[in-house]
Design a protein around this ligand. Structure first.
Ligand SMILES: [Zn+2]
Length: 347
């Protein structure tokens, strides 16, 4: 079967690899119908994910039809149409039993290397789904592949950030970073009826889309964001900052942007060993700094599918390119160069 495989740092290939098979009784075999390239796939490509073996298949956003199930799979059957989560929690631990699937110490991730379970991903014609009862969600005919696809990762991740920010009606919200996750954070924040959402980025195309979703675009190349937001709020600052960038200067800026007593919800991915937190400033301002960590996709995907079903959010709006799986390398190229906002692939 055809699959996008990791070869070396900076090098992926479209390969013919053996079709996966059921290995455990809790597995399902999925025929992929739609998949996508995610920003976190670029971390794999850039060699920032340790333990990616040459030949392993990328991809952790996908929808498909079940072709076969193992003997212990209870919730699904052959022919079922399903959405997959990017994460594969064990479903049995203290955290999983309490619905905190993103805190599961034994979780694995599709297409993300040996340290996260060595599970092949879904940018392929077929993918093996471990713990199928936990990490799949049934889809009925009311929702298209494209509508459901992002509930397995970026939509729910943006939603999680907005939920953790505890936005109140009438608040001033700042969203830092208008990549796919930031754009979903904007659309999710809107549900809480803030008075305004300022969207910060430097890429015009992304800012235009943020504006389309109801945010006020702020190009960080043209203004100093903390001064801009202070001026706009009578010197007070933002009630909530949704940090969707994942770079230390963005975290510093979030601390400057938020008002005293305000909250910063961080969903951008940080891997730096340390950060010089301005203790006196953070303490005096009484900032609530919430590190969201990996989003609780399985705990919250029902929420975002409901928003999609009701029409409150149209996840397909962020899709800039639709390509065949065979064109995946070109898809990666334009996504990496920020010529594409979101690339969807069909085998
Ligand atoms: Zn667990």
């Amino acid at each position: 079967m055809r699959a996008v495989t990791f070869q070396d740092v900076g090098r992926i290939e479209l390969d013919d690899v053996p079709k996966p098979e059921i290995q455990e009784p809790t597995d399902a075999l999925l025929k992929v119908t739609t998949t996508a390239i995610c920003g976190s796939d670029l971390h794999v490509l850039a060699g920032r994910i340790p333990g990616m073996m040459p030949g392993s298949v990328l991809g952790h956003e996908f929808v498909g039809v079940i072709e076969e199930v193992g003997a212990d799979v209870k919730r699904f059957h052959e022919g079922d149409r399903v959405l997959a989560s990017f994460m594969i929690p064990d479903g049995t631990c203290w955290y999983c039993k309490r619905g905190m699937f993103n805190r599961c110490p034994d979780q694995r991730v599709f297409g993300y290397g040996a340290y996260l379970g060595d599970i092949n991903g879904g940018q392929a014609e077929y993918v093996r789904i471990p713990s199928a009862d936990i990490c799949l969600h049934p889809l009925d005919g009311s929702m298209s592949d494209e509508q459901a696809l992002f509930a397995g990762d970026i939509f729910t991740t943006g939603y999680d950030c907005a939920a953790e920010a505890q936005i109140q009606e009438g608040d001033v919200v700042v969203v830092q970073g208008c990549g796919p996750v930031g754009l979903f954070a904007i659309q999710s924040a809107r549900i809480y009826k803030p008075s305004v959402i300022y969207a910060l980025d430097s890429v015009d195309q992304r800012l235009e889309m943020a504006e389309q979703f109801g945010a006020v675009p702020v190009n960080v190349k043209n203004v100093h964001p903390p001064s801009f937001v202070q001026d706009a709020t009578g010197g007070r600052g933002a009630d909530e900052v949704l940090e969707c960038v994942g770079a230390l200067p963005a975290l510093s800026q979030a601390i400057d942007l938020v008002r005293p007593g305000g909250r910063i919800a961080v969903i951008g991915v940080y891997s730096e060993p340390e950060f010089p937190l301005p203790m006196s400033l953070v303490f005096t301002k009484g900032i609530d700094l919430k590190m969201c960590g990996t989003a609780n996709v399985i705990g919250k995907w029902e929420d975002v599918l409901k928003l999609t079903r009701e029409g409150a959010v149209d996840p397909t709006a962020i899709i800039s390119h639709r390509m065949k799986l065979d064109q995946a390398l070109e898809g990666y190229r334009i996504f990496e160069n920020r010529e594409a906002l979101k690339v969807v692939l069909t085998p």
